[in-house]
Design a binder for this molecule. Structure first.
Ligand code: APR
Length: 308
């Protein structure tokens, strides 16, 4: 029997995620939204592409949480996207309300699901989801680091004229303005990035990575990125399903790892059938650790705002 993945939010990120899941024949998909007709129409459109993809995924759209019952994985993309000039944090209160409502509806129907939170500001929204569902933190994950790292890798590949698959990078911390691209651990092939690109170029790439989302919002004007966010979410799904076995930077609830406790932040992890299997603790420099802590504290501040 196929696995069942519910995608909440039939907007840009949600439908692109549903499309990729179906195209890769990873699971059956239930697309749910508050708007009537849209998830049904988009799901049917994706389903009708499945014969061309040689995929047996069943894709359905709904407005009723009963249809999401017994999902193995739930992806939450419901919420408002950014407009030009907005930071992810500007979405805080509106999306906290939406994500709480979604989490409350998902939990009783899929009590064993692994939840991947995409809605922004993502780290805080993951923590809201864990609190509202009461799920163990190992089953509530946030998608941000995979995306930020993919952005960094593509910028490096462009500058170094390398194939992106040969570029290794790592972005840690919250999925916000204070994210921490760890350029020290970045490699092109077997060479350190410092041997391939100048200091100035590396620092431009670091800045461009931090502003990667905003750069796209500034072009689109009426929405935010969705192709790379959806692909990043699917990369997490493939690791949960055991199709891939990578170390991925994901937002997880930290219990002392990297000296951080009681808050969600992006760190390298191993995922598997239980969700979070292991936090990979790398040795960081003092500056990197300080930047990571600063970024995690910013998430803690967002949580305090929501809870006040
Ligand atoms: N329940 C279900 N769906 C909802 C709810 C809700 N309570 N509230 C809003 N939605 C739906 C909207 O109807 C819309 O179809 O969420 C969808 C959001 O889609 P888009 O506006 O296209 O936004 P998108 O680009 O997909 O981004 C969604 O992901 O990357 C983040 O910052 C981004 O927070 C944003 C989220």
């Amino acid at each position: 029997m196929n696995k069942k993945i519910t995608v909440v939010g039939a907007g840009n990120v949600g439908t692109t995620t549903a499309q990729l899941i179906a195209e890769k024949n990873l699971a059956d998909v239930v697309l749910i939204d508050i708007i009537e007709g849209v998830p049904q129409g988009k799901a049917l459109d994706i389903l009708e592409a499945c014969p061309l993809w040689h995929s047996s995924s069943k894709v359905t759209g709904t407005n009723s949480y009963e249809d999401t019952a017994s999902s193995d994985i739930v992806v939450i993309t419901a919420g408002l996207p950014r407009k030009p000039g907005m930071s992810r944090d500007d979405l805080l209160m509106a999306n906290a309300k939406i994500v709480s409502q979604v989490a409350k509806n998902i939990a009783p129907h899929s009590p064993e699901a692994i939840i991947i939170v995409v809605s922004n500001p993502m780290d805080a929204m993951a923590q809201v989801t864990m609190n509202v569902t009461g799920f163990p933190s190992s089953r509530v994950l946030g998608m941000g680091g995979v995306l930020d790292t993919a952005r960094m890798r593509s910028f490096i590949a462009m500058e170094a004229k390398a194939h992106p698959k040969d570029v290794k990078a790592l972005v840690m911390g919250g999925h916000g303005d204070l994210m921490v691209p760890v350029s020290r651990l970045t490699k092109v092939g077997d060479k350190a990035i410092g041997d391939v690109l100048s200091e100035e170029t590396i620092s431009q790439i670091t800045e461009r990575t931090k502003n990667g989302g905003a750069e796209i919002v500034a072009f689109l004007k009426t929405g935010s990125a969705y192709y790379a966010p959806a692909a990043s979410t699917v990369e997490m799904i493939k690791n949960i399903l055991g199709i891939n076995d990578e170390t991925l930077p994901c937002s997880v609830y930290l219990n002392g790892e990297y000296g951080i406790s009681g808050v969600y932040a992006g760190v390298p992890v191993k995922l598997g059938s239980g969700g979070l299997e292991k936090v990979v603790e790398l040795e960081l420099t003092e500056n990197e650790t300080a930047a990571l802590h600063k970024s995690a504290e910013a998430v803690r501040e967002l949580m305090a705002k929501i809870e006040s």
